[in-house]
Design a protein around this ligand. Structure first.
Ligand code: APR
Length: 295
C-alpha cells in the first residue's frame, strides 16, 4: 500500500462543484446515479474510510481526519515489522495514541443505514461486488456477501509466508512473534500497513472485479492511496463510468461522471430507494407490455 504519485491535482485544486456537469441538487444526482447503476451491466463499489464515519470511526484525511490531525504516518511500517516483529507486536498488543483511539472505535462500531442500502443494492443485482479499503469488517457484519477487503480485516491474523489467515483466538500470542501452525512462518495482523504488498489472493479478486466492471460506485474514499486509488482510473480507462458519493471533493472528482455530494448514511439509502422504485416501474411496464402483446 503506497501513497500516490501526484497527478498534479490535489483536491484543493479540484473545483468543488461544476454546475451542469455535476448535478446541483442531491436528489437529481441520486436519480442520475440510480439510472447509471441500472444501465450498467457490472457495477463494482469501492468504499473507503468515509463509509465508516457515521459508524463512529474517524476518516484518515479531510475534515476530522486522523492523518489531517497527526500528519501522514511513516511509510515504512512493513519494513519495521520485518526488521523487528516482536516490537511490532508489542505496539499492536499495547496500542497508544491514535492507534488506541482507532481500536476503541473499531470495537464499538456497528453498520449504519448506508451499509444496509449496499446490501439491498447487492440483493437486487445493482452492484456485483464491494472492494473496501476499510479494516472494520462492517460490510460483512451488515450482510454484504461479495466483499474484498484490500487492506485486510482488523479481527484477523495472517501468516506473511503462506498467507493463511486465522481468527485472533486461533493464534497463541503469549510468545512473540507468533508463528504459523501451517508453515512455521511469522504471523502478523491481517491489516495491510504502509509499504506492505497487498496479499495475493485479495489482490487477484480486486484486479478481476475491476476488469469486469463497466461502472464503479465510489463511496467515502479520497482516492489517494494506491493500488486501490488506481482501480477507478482503470475502470475509466476501460470506458466505464464513475459515480462518487461523499461530502467533499477528492483526488478523483474530476474524473467522475456523476457526483453525489452527500454522506454514506444519508445518500446510499436514497440511492437504494431510487433504484428499487425504478426497478418496480420497469417491472410493471414490462408486465403491461406483455399483457398488451398477449391480448
Ligand atoms: N460519508 C461519505 N464520505 C465521507 C464521509 C461520510 N460521512 N465523511 C468523510 N467522507 C469522505 C471524505 O471526504 C474523504 O474523501 O471520505 C473520504 C475519506 O478519505 P480517507 O480518509 O483518505 O480514506 P481512504 O480513501 O479510505 O484512505 C485510503 O489510506 O491511510 C490509509 O489504510 C488507510 O485505507 C486507508 C487508505
Amino acid at each position: 500500500m503506497t501513497p500516490p504519485k501526484s497527478n498534479g491535482l490535489s483536491s484543493r485544486d479540484t473545483p468543488a462543484f461544476v454546475p451542469g456537469r455535476h448535478c446541483a441538487q442531491l436528489s437529481e444526482s441520486i436519480q442520475r446515479a440510480a439510472d447509471a447503476l441500472l444501465n450498467h451491466a457490472y457495477v463494482v463499489c469501492l468504499t473507503g474510510a468515509g463509509m465508516s464515519v457515521e459508524s463512529g470511526i474517524r476518516p484518515f484525511r479531510g475534515p476530522g481526519g486522523v492523518w489531517t490531525e497527526h500528519g501522514e504516518p511513516p511509510l515504512d511500517d512493513y519494513r519495521r515489522f520485518v526488521s523487528d516483529p516482536v516490537a511490532y507486536w508489542k505496539r499492536l498488543l499495547n496500542p497508544v495514541g491514535h492507534l488506541r483511539e482507532l481500536h476503541a472505535s473499531l470495537d464499538k462500531a456497528h453498520p449504519h443505514e448506508g451499509y444496509l442500502a449496499l446490501v439491498e443494492l447487492e440483493r437486487v443485482g445493482a452492484i456485483k461486488y464491494i472492494i473496501t479499503q476499510n479494516i472494520d469488517g462492517l460490510h460483512r457484519k451488515a450482510g454484504s456477501r461479495k466483499v474484498a477487503e484490500i487492506h485486510g480485516n482488523c479481527e484477523m491474523l495472517r501468516c506473511v509466508s503462506c498467507g493463511t489467515r486465522f481468527e485472533r483466538h486461533e493464534v497463541d500470542t503469549s510468545v512473540l512473534p507468533p508463528t504459523c501452525v501451517v508453515c512455521g512462518g511469522i504471523v502478523k495482523d491481517d491489516v495491510v500497513v504502509f509499504g506492505e504488498p497487498i496479499p495475493e489472493d485479495v489482490g487477484l479478486v480486486c484486479a478481476e472485479q475491476t476488469e469486469f466492471a463497466d461502472c464503479m460506485l465510489l463511496v467515502g474514499t479520497s482516492a489517494y492511496v494506491y493500488p486501490a486509488a488506481g482501480l477507478p482510473q482503470q475502470v475509466k480507462a476501460q470506458g466505464g463510468a464513475l459515480i462518487e458519493v461523499g461530502p467533499h471533493p477528492t483526488e478523483i472528482t474530476q474524473m467522475c461522471d456523476i457526483v453525489v455530494r452527500g454522506t454514506a448514511a444519508t445518500a446510499l439509502p436514497q440511492l437504494a430507494q431510487e433504484v428499487a422504485s425504478r426497478m418496480a416501474a420497469r417491472m410493471s411496464e414490462s408486465a403491461v407490455n406483455r399483457k398488451t402483446y398477449d391480448s
